[in-house]
Structure formats: C-alpha cells, structure tokens
Design a protein around this ligand. Structure first.
Ligand SMILES: Nc1ncnc2c1ncn2[C@@H]1O[C@H](COP(=O)(O)OP(=O)(O)OP(=O)(O)O)[C@@H](O)[C@H]1O
Length: 287
C-alpha cells in the first residue's frame, strides 16, 4: 500500500488554486547507501541514479534487498550511511509529508481495511499531498478518479477492497500510488497476482505515464523478460551490491543468469521485436 499521511476523515476545502498540478520530472539518487536490519547486513555502499523521466527495473534473487532499497528511496527507512536524494534534496532531512509529495511507493501486498471501498482507499493517496491539516482540496477528486481510470478500476469505485480478488486489489494499490501524483514512482512487484494481460497493461501504463508525465520510475520486477522489454535500464542486486547495470541488451546475458540468479540458461531474442528473452535451464548447485 502506498505510504499515507494525513487524516482521511478530515474536511474538504474549496480553493481552486489548490488543485494538484503535476510537478517537473525529478532525479532519484542513491549514493553509497549501506543498511542492515539487526544482525543482518542487507545493502553495502549501493549507488544508483534514476534520471528524470527514466524507467529502471531492479532485479535480483529473493532477499537480496530490493524492497529495502525501495523503502530507503522512499524515505521510509533511513540509510546507516550514504545518502538518498530526490532532485538534490536529502530524503533523511525531508519530513514524511514532504517525502510523500515527491515519492509514491507501491508496497508488496498489504491487508485491506475491512469495508473500505476502492474510491475511499485510492483517495487516501491525496492526503499525502495535502497541507498540515491533511484536508482534501478541489481537484483531489479529479486526481482520484483519473488514477482509478488510468488503472481501469473506476468501475469498482464503490466496491469494498476486501471483496476484490488478489489481482484486482493489486491494481487498486497501483491506483492509490498514482493518486499521490508524485514525480517519482517506486513500484515493488506491481505485476504480482496479475494475469498476463493485466501484467502487460500495467507495464504499458507505467511506460505511458513516464512518457506523458515524465514520471521517474524505479520498479522491482521478478520477470526478467518483462523487465528487459519495458525498462530502459536494469539494475541487478547481489550480496548487497549492484552486480550489473545498463540497458537490457547488455545486462540480460547468460552471465547475469549465472552470477545473479544462480541458474544455467540461454538468452535469445524475440524474432520480431528484438528484445532479450531468457531460456532458463536449471539452477546451479550453490557453493
Ligand atoms: N523488517 C525486517 N527485519 C529484519 N530483516 C528483514 C526485515 N525486512 C527484510 N529483512 C531481511 O532483509 C533481507 C532483504 O529483504 P528485502 O525484502 O529487501 O528483499 P527482496 O530482495 O525485496 O526480496 P523478495 O524478492 O523476496 O521480495 C532479507 O534477508 C530479509 O529477510
């Protein structure tokens, strides 16, 4: 679920001047960031930069620190050392409210509040962008409806979220993140639970929003073929370090399958479109 700030039950104000406007594209910089949980080192001097309006996919084995890196990038976690900044502003010195105006984070699945409707949940994305009293303003409903429409969940606006399927809920969570209307979008496995059609739709939507609104996107994806097809650049994590990064053509190789994913396999090309396609054979025996 998107990080939320403000009181969802507070009143609506009516100043047209407060209508939300999309901000300019922003750069996300992770500079030599180290982080661990008690007794477990996760990231060791990791650096990565997502340029304004760029779409980067973060890949790697389960537990390698992808979600942790996204949470650091969103300012939810603080680095032990190093710095995360959005357009030069240090996220460690940015209030949660201000951070939520710059960066929206779609978490891995979070439980739905019983009875909360789709519209109520998606509208909560607007409170992150609000003033000190967390009040809704004119234009917020428009952004909420636009976010629901973009993701194709507007027909379910009055349905309770806890009565939706896993894939339907995942799309609602994406609408919630979009409703924050931030220049930077961090998506943690946004295609989880989605059927093939909706996986493609979500990734196409993110690509379109990047083009139209110059969103800066950092997305965790487990499906290397989809990552290679949709992202401009891939960053692969292993053992707390960036093991590989670059355009899909140069990163998605048998060496990446071996070194980062511990599998033997081949990489071919889509015969018509030319993008890399993985043919995994077997897991390698762990050392
Ligand atoms: N709150 C926590 N407390 C302690 N350890 C944690 C916590 N959250 C994550 N970890 C550990 O930190 C490591 C990195 O976790 P993280 O969720 O960032 O991995 P990930 O790459 O996103 O994994 P996955 O692909 O399975 O989602 C894992 O070993 C995990 O067990």
């Amino acid at each position: 679920m998107s990080e939320l700030i403000g009181d969802p039950e507070s009143a609506t104000t009516d100043s047209a001047a407060d209508a939300p406007t999309p901000g300019p594209a922003a750069a996300l910089d992770v500079d030599r960031v180290s982080f661990g949980y008690p007794g477990r080192r996760v990231l060791d001097r990791v650096s990565l930069r997502v340029r304004p309006g760029e779409f980067v996919a973060l890949v790697g084995l389960n537990g390698c620190g992808k979600s942790t890196l996204l949470r650091l990038a969103a300012g939810v976690l603080r680095p032990e050392s190093g710095r995360v900044s959005v357009d030069g502003a240090d996220m460690a010195r940015t209030s949660r409210r201000e951070a939520a105006r710059k960066v929206a984070l779609l978490h891995q699945a979070a439980p739905a509040v019983p009875g909360l409707t789709v519209r109520q949940l998606v509208r909560q994305g607007r409170y992150a962008a609000r003033g000190p009293l967390g009040m809704l303003r004119v234009g917020d409903d428009e952004v909420t409806v636009r976010a629901m429409r973009d993701v194709g969940v507007d027909a379910w606006a009055d349905r309770p979220v806890d009565a939706l399927s896993g894939g339907e809920r995942q799309r609602v969570r994406l609408a919630l993140a979009l409703a924050q209307d931030t220049p930077v979008l961090l998506l943690d496995e946004p295609t989880t639970y989605l059927d093939l059609r909706h996986q493609l739709e979500v990734l196409q939507l993110v690509g379109r929003l990047r083009d139209e609104r110059r969103l800066t996107v950092l997305m965790v994806l487990h499906d290397l073929d989809l990552a290679a097809r949709f992202a401009e650049r891939l960053v692969a994590l292993r053992d707390g370090h960036v093991a590989a990064e670059g355009p899909p053509d140069s990163v998605v190789t048998p060496g990446l399958l071996r070194e980062v994913f511990g599998i033997e396999g081949r990489v071919g090309r889509d015969p018509e479109r030319g993008w890399p396609v993985c043919y995994p054979d077997r897991p390698l025996r762990l050392p």
